[in-house]
Design a protein. Structure first.
Length: 172
């Protein structure tokens, strides 16, 4: 995915597929914790462009409050796509952590740049915790023409269903 230029429509389609796949995992109480391009398989289809498959559930947690896959002081995941709470070992890691990582992936797909960068793991984690990414429109001018204000219009019924599944799985 990295280095490949995607149209906004393709990014929206990819986003929908990722979110729909995560909705199934989240509805089962599973948080992936390592959403990144290397864990997303982009398959070209004859009829509708792309289909995304989510791989590597090796860091996934079924119940963040009761299972401990790694030592509490270990950083689990890929720093450039990691939500701020994850390196702290917070027990507050839930489906929203995966959504943060999806946002980082979509930023990369739109701009071919990571939203948070550092020359080391620590600098990258500091950037995530303390900085705001540059607006994608400043990097890719065709986003300005769409008038999206840095947001992708991912609000169709499939995503609404995704939100309902996630909400019902979290009891909200």
């Amino acid at each position: 995915m990295h280095g490949q230029k995607f149209s906004v429509d393709e990014v929206i389609q990819i986003a929908r597929d990722i979110l729909q796949g995560l909705a199934v995992a989240h509805a089962s109480g599973i948080v992936h914790r390592d959403i990144k391009p290397a864990n997303l398989w982009l398959e070209t289809t004859a009829s509708d462009g792309y289909r995304v498959k989510i791989f590597d559930f090796g860091l996934a947690r079924a119940d963040p409050d009761q299972s401990q896959l790694t030592h509490a002081s270990a950083i689990v995941g890929t720093p450039a796509f990691m939500p701020p709470e994850q390196p702290r070992g917070s027990k507050a890691i839930d489906f929203r952590s995966d959504l943060f990582s999806v946002g980082c992936v979509l930023y990369l797909l739109c701009t071919d740049q990571l939203p948070f960068q550092g020359e080391s793991t620590i600098e990258t984690l500091k950037a995530i915790a303390m900085s705001t990414p540059k607006s994608p429109e400043l990097i890719r001018s065709d986003l300005i023409e769409l008038g999206l204000g840095g947001r992708l219009p991912i609000t169709d019924s499939a995503i609404l269903q995704t939100e309902i599944v996630v909400e019902s799985s979290t009891g909200q």
